[in-house]
Design a protein around this ligand. Structure first.
Ligand code: PEP
Ligand code: MN
Length: 365
């Protein structure tokens, strides 16, 4: 596990970071009028802590709208001057960083396609040496926690201590309702290993469509994240990038108003006690589950000894298929998800094979 980051408290950021920390604005800055209209409409919602707009757009295919570039910084600064909303935009190289610092952008974010590349992250980190500016780092497009942590480390080594992570989902070959698979276990792993790093969610790039924004945002808050970034546009259907996932500022406000902000900790002693009782039941059940698994592995070991004695292969395909089908059927009847039981049985089988392989080869631990 990597050492703890040295993170400045959110209250040290030069902008309002009170919970819930909400970022909104168009996917891309398209024209001065669009940026100003977005900023005024978002200001009116009273929900926004930070205004976003992409200026350099990393697009999957060439010949799509790749952003206005540095000239759009002036529109953003004008929006800030007129509304008082601080600004954030995506940087992907040293030139972007310099242009943003010169213009006075308040917060920088590093996009998923950049976090994936240590050369680019290092270039950004070096351009930020000696600069005190908050940086938000999106997860890399591929589900690699180490790359995400590595990017945070590179910025930290450059002296940045106003750091935040942003979860935006991961590319996946699996067909899914999401544009980017949330794989919630990854941000949860980051939070468990580095509870000191504040984390927010980007429901827009996870969802890829308007309908999923609210459930994804709700889930992020239910997992204890501190904020969300939701793309909004005065006329989403005419947006030059990511039109299916953008919403008008009024809908953005409705989404934020519909989120239930639950507490991560409860100050009510009776409720805490009731929760502690339930948790002690879970603790006991988990101990029982692990003990049963150990008993199962003891039997697997005996079977391994038997197979060795009688020269039988470890994998008996018919038996594995039978185990898989009967256990899945039983688990589905009990309400488990197919995903869960499949990966559980695969892990169980993998461990049995590992134990039997050890027996077969007379291996020691
Ligand atoms: C964006 O926020 O507009 C963006 C390009 O996001 P990501 O880096 O998550 O793809
Ligand atoms: Mn976008």
């Amino acid at each position: 596990m990597s050492p703890k980051f040295n993170i400045a408290p959110l209250s040290d950021w030069p902008i309002n970071t009170a919970f819930p920390f909400i970022i909104s604005g168009p996917c891309s800055a398209e024209s001065e009028a669009q940026v100003l209209e977005s900023a005024h409409a978002l200001k009116k919602t009273g929900k926004v802590s930070l205004l976003r707009a992409g200026i350099w757009k990393p697009r999957t295919r060439p010949n799509s709208f790749e952003g206005i570039g540095a000239p759009a910084l002036e529109w953003l600064m004008k929006a800030k001057a007129e509304t008082g909303l601080p600004l954030t935009t995506e940087v992907a190289n040293a030139y972007h960083v310099e242009a943003c610092l010169k213009a006075g952008v308040d917060v920088l974010w590093i996009g998923a396609r950049t976090t994936v590349n240590p050369f680019s992250v290092q270039e950004i980190a070096e351009a930020l040496k000696g600069v005190d500016i908050p940086v938000i780092i999106k997860n890399p497009i591929n589900p690699d926690l180490q790359l995400w942590i590595g990017a945070l480390e590179r910025l930290q080594l450059a002296g940045i201590n106003k750091l935040m992570a942003m979860h935006r989902g991961f590319s996946s070959s699996q067909k899914s309702i999401y544009r980017n698979d949330p794989m919630w276990e990854l941000p949860i792993a980051l939070m468990s290993q580095h509870p000191e790093v504040p984390i927010i969610c980007d429901p827009s790039h996870i969802s890829g469509n308007r309908e999923l924004l609210l459930p994804v945002a709700q889930k992020a808050f239910d997992l204890g994240m501190q904020g969300v970034m939701i793309e909004s546009h005065p006329n989403p259907d005419k947006a030059l990038s990511d039109k299916a996932q953008q919403v008008v500022p009024e809908r953005f406000k409705e989404i934020i108003d519909s989120i239930q902000f639950r507490r991560t900790h409860n100050n009510d002693i009776d409720q805490e006690a009731a929760l502690a009782t339930l948790r002690s039941r879970i603790d006991e059940i988990d101990r029982g589950v692990i003990k049963l698994l150990a008993e199962r592995m003891d039997v697997a070991m005996e079977i391994g000894t038997f197979k060795k004695k009688h020269d039988i292969t470890i994998l008996q395909l018919d038996r594995w298929i039978e185990i898989f089908n009967t256990r899945s059927e039983h688990a589905l009847e009990l309400g488990f998800s197919e995903d869960f039981i499949t990966s559980f049985l695969e892990q169980l089988h993998k461990e049995s094979i590992r134990i039997q392989t050890k027996v077969m080869n007379n291996m020691k631990d």
